[in-house]
Design a protein around this ligand. Structure first.
Ligand code: ZN
Length: 324
């Protein structure tokens, strides 16, 4: 990967040792330098449309005196960063805390935030969601309590005492590629998913299932969605994807087959495109283009651009069908 993906690269020291000291965490919560980032029902607080906003003053003191879940995200330059969950509030009360800010879907605003704040917002959103959905022990049903500044939860039933750790769900995302041959240039497979806007073409993707390696999941997803058998799978990089709590693991997947059996329940369209044909695609959000590529800050786009550069460097984009 050439660059850090959107939502990756959070610079905070997660303070694995310090956060085990409850007194230190409590002191950080009282520290005037500490920064508190609210999340309300998966929406991050944003000001001016693109800047992560913290809550301070009287609204913060009121929150800290209540039961709102708070998670120590980490420390940078002796400043502690906490995420604080406002989800139990109704919309009016949450908006009163927000002041001039607006609770925004990170999927919508992440691309216009600076990279550091986007990563912090993703971390806060994913952490608080995990806490909100982990309030009871899945084994015995007793309430769980947050520990170590939110790095884990503990079942309150002493006979059970299960520890729960924040989880992230692995999803594979893959660009299927077909090398050049005597009949056609190198091509990649892009699909328009039913859940995406019409004209938006991207890579295939899917969740890893129990009992699968990442490579197994790539092979299965490609077979299920477009009916292709793969020759090889190579890892290219990853991106945190907090919608709601996944990590995208990116691959190039090579096939020698070209006939597609498209799963119409998942995909509205899928087809092969050469590097030259990709030049005709518009950018994400462009209204005029018949087909559009994923956003530049997505791992899907990075998989496409990495392949495109490889093909151009190898001169495979110039090969034309036999007889030309
Ligand atoms: Zn339990």
């Amino acid at each position: 990967m050439r660059k850090s993906q959107l939502f990756a690269g959070c610079r905070l020291d997660r303070a694995a040792q310090l956060r085990r000291d409850a007194a230190w965490v409590a002191a950080m919560m009282e520290d005037e330098k500490s920064c508190f980032l609210p999340v309300w029902r998966n929406l991050n607080l944003v000001e001016d449309g693109n800047r992560l906003m913290q809550v301070a003053g009287t609204p913060l003191r009121r929150l800290l005196s209540g039961s709102a879940e708070r998670v120590l995200l980490g420390v940078e330059d002796e400043q502690a960063f906490f995420a604080i969950d406002l989800s139990m509030m109704n919309e009016r009360d949450a908006q009163a805390v927000a002041g001039n800010g607006e609770f925004c879907d990170l999927r919508r605003v992440g691309g216009v935030m600076n990279a550091t704040e986007a990563a912090l917002a993703a971390y806060a959103r994913a952490s608080l969601r995990w806490h909100r959905y982990s309030r009871f022990c899945g084994h015995c049903g007793a309430a769980t309590v947050s520990q170590h500044g939110g790095q884990q939860r503990l079942c309150s039933n002493s006979d059970c005492a299960r520890q729960l750790f924040p989880r992230t769900d692995p999803a594979v995302i893959m660009l299927v590629v077909r090398p050049a041959d005597d009949h056609s240039p190198a091509r990649c497979l892009l699909a328009n998913h039913h859940r995406s806007p019409s004209g938006s073409y991207s890579t295939l993707a899917g969740f890893v299932e129990p009992g699968e390696s990442l490579e197994d999941a790539v092979v299965r997803e490609v077979r299920e969605e477009v009916g292709l058998a793969l020759e090889g799978v190579s890892y290219r990089g990853s991106q945190p994807w907090p919608f709601p709590g996944a990590i995208m693991l990116g691959f190039h997947a090579t096939t020698m087959q070209s006939d597609l059996a498209i799963d119409s329940d998942e995909l509205a369209d899928a087809d092969w495109f050469s590097a030259a044909e990709l030049e005709e695609f518009g950018e994400w959000g462009e209204t005029g283009a018949a087909r559009r590529l994923p956003p530049h800050d997505s791992i899907a786009r990075d998989l496409i651009e990495t392949w495109r550069r490889q093909v151009i460097d190898a001169g495979e984009h110039r090969r034309s069908p036999a007889g030309d």
